[in-house]
Design a protein around this ligand. Structure first.
Ligand SMILES: *Cc1c(COP(=O)(O)O)cnc(C)c1O
Length: 361
């Protein structure tokens, strides 16, 4: 069988080296004669693995010592609720920037718990491309409990490289679809969270990176598994965590270190994204609707010149070993998600296919 490349937005492909290692030790982990998913999360072997995974993540992201790293249940959407429940304290209001579908969904959940003030910071360029208003126009409300935004909108393919300056107001970021794709300055954030299944590992886990001084203000009625204080005190072993996902995330962190860390990973991600965007921009057949300054390096939506060709495009792409390119229903067209695990060979194979498909019309 020729090589398969999976462009799914999430759960997304994992590095093949990681999958092979997991397969090798699937039934016999660390010589114990059992799988890692069959051992107690209280066993010394598991606790050591879990702590190593955390340390590797800290090294990769250069997470300062005054931040806790939590391995939580409930994915990205679990944190849509956990953030207001932990952070509101005695404040009544939180601010949300809107840049696309995921930031809007975060608001829907947060509204159950707080008064939310939302600001749409999207606009269009003169040529009609989607873009984000400049940082200087983002409102900062000093009375808000926190400001939430989504630096990479997975569905629309919009990535925000500027970091809002919020002063004393804690900045909260949903990094589900761009975490670990490039270095970021963690010290600018109060909370960073991410569902695992895009750039970390399989689904079933959310990573939360939270500054110490924000812990301890949770609402009394918060479910304990969402309480950052409870999770911090128990090293995220309050109840049984997603043990296998945590283990696989640990393998991914080691793999990222072997790639040379996030500086090197970012270079590869830039090269991959440029390869595809340059091809699309040079073509009259394919279009991407996002302004260059805010184009996502992880999720690249594009349309064909004629929507009636979509079915044929998808069927032939699948035959060529290029999977899950159908765009999100809200945007239409196609979407190629090219997270860390996607090698440049996969993007090249996609570009070659797109070229051939166009020529055939
Ligand atoms: C996928 C995604 C989520 C949802 O994650 P779940 O783990 O399915 O809850 C949230 N935010 C962003 C930006 C995403 O890409």
């Amino acid at each position: 069988m020729s090589k398969i490349f999976n462009f799914c937005a999430g759960p997304a492909m994992l590095p093949s080296a990681v999958m092979e290692q997991a397969q090798k030790e699937f039934c016999n982990w660390q010589g114990l004669g059992v799988s890692v998913m069959e051992v107690s999360h209280r066993s010394p072997e598991y606790i050591k693995m879990a702590a190593t995974a955390e340390q590797d993540l800290r090294d990769l992201m250069e997470i300062p010592d005054n931040y806790k790293v939590l391995f939580c249940h409930g994915g990205g959407r679990g944190q849509f609720a956990a953030v207001p429940l932990n952070l509101l304290g005695d404040k009544l209001e939180a601010d949300y920037l809107l840049t696309g579908q995921w930031s809007k969904l975060a608001v829907v959940e947060a509204k159950k718990h707080a008064r939310i003030s939302e600001t749409d910071i999207m606009t269009k360029t003169d040529s009609g491309k989607l873009t984000v208003k400049p940082c200087s126009e983002w409102p900062i409300n000093a009375g808000a409990a926190y400001l939430h935004y989504c630096p990479n909108e997975t569905i629309e393919g919009i990535e925000i490289f500027d970091i809002p300056e919020t002063g004393v107001v804690p900045l909260v970021a949903d990094m589900s679809s761009m975490i670990l794709s490039r270095p970021i300055d963690v010290s600018k954030f109060g909370i960073i969270y991410a569902g695992a299944q895009k750039n970390i590992g399989p689904s079933g886990l959310a990573i939360v990176i939270v500054r110490d001084d924000l812990i301890g203000y949770a609402r009394k009625a918060i479910p304990s598994i969402f309480d950052y204080e409870v999770q911090a005190k128990t090293n995220s072993l309050y109840n049984t965590p997603a043990t296998y996902t945590w283990y696989l995330a640990g393998l991914v962190f080691k793999w990222l270190k072997e790639q040379g860390g996030l500086v090197e990973v970012e270079k590869k991600n830039i090269a991959k994204a440029e390869l595809l965007y340059n091809f699309i921009d040079d073509s009259d057949f394919y279009t991407n609707n996002v302004d260059k300054s805010v184009r996502s390096r992880m999720n690249i939506p594009f349309t064909l010149v004629d929507d009636s060709l979509n079915e044929a495009f998808l069927a032939q792409a699948k035959d060529a070993g290029l999977l899950t390119l159908k765009g999100h229903k809200l945007v239409g067209g196609m979407r190629a998600s090219i997270y860390n695990a996607m090698p440049i060979e996969g993007v090249q194979a996609l570009v070659d296919f797109m070229k051939a498909f166009e020529e055939q019309q």
